[in-house]
Design a protein around this ligand. Sequence first.
Ligand code: ZN
Length: 307
Amino acid sequence: MRPIIQHSRWAAIVALLVASLAVAAQTAPPRLIDAHEHFDGEPGVLENLLAKLKAADGIGFLLVTQKGFPEASKFMHEHPGHFIGFGDINLDDPDVLNRIDRFHRAGFRGLGEITSSQKNYDDPSYWPIYDRAAKYHMILLFHTGVVSRENPDRPENVSFDRMRATRLDLIARHWPKTIVIGAHLGNPDYAEAAEVARWSPNLYFDLSGSSLIKMNGNYKYFRSIFWWSGTTSSHTPAGGRNAFEKLVFGSDVFGGELGEFDDGLARYHAMLDACSVPPDAQAMIFSGTMWRILQQQQKEMDADKGN
Ligand SMILES: [Zn+2]
């Protein structure tokens, strides 16, 4: 019987290896997809992030800068199935299209966090960038709303106004197959963000950042923002999903500090519970929506390869 046992062990090992080769090979969704994790080459962070994701049965969208790219690519290759690579691009970089090509060749499946552009996000001069992303079926993650000012003494060409959530309306409409995520729900213009997402099936938002800290104690407010659950009317799109499903989970961990992973999760749960969002809708927010999107993206990429 010994050879049979060995054979089944080998079969199990091979099955594990095959399953780990690609996230999309998984049949069941993970419990958590964190769509917003920054990596800028900070030492030891990827190991800690991996441990957090494993403990949470999670997958992370890793937003990788040029500086973090060599280490992140190697690490993701060595630990398949836990991270989805996003290339951190600058819309005003003259070499941006080549950078997108390089991220694509490395197996990255999205771009972001796009932020602090010199023109409005929807400026036509940026359209070749969105065309290139669409060609590769890449997901776009944009910072929306107020933005930090890290060096107040230094002059900078940055304005919140160019990064309003409403700047994603045109992008979502013009590239209807591209999945667009706006980070921070347009803080503080939540109502505008939710309204543009309501009419665009390819537009989602995360609620990372200071909003859930600011609104602590007033979480029910978000019911007035995501108001249309169960509404049947010619004035709102058909489909019937819970309005809160325009949200996806994002922790926005950055600078090697991972505390926001747990804190952000706790705040999301507290807000969704306060708003009586049912468990099936919460499962979509924490994983199901992005999982469905990743599966669809995999199909489109496979079709391109002629598989
Ligand atoms: Zn941001």
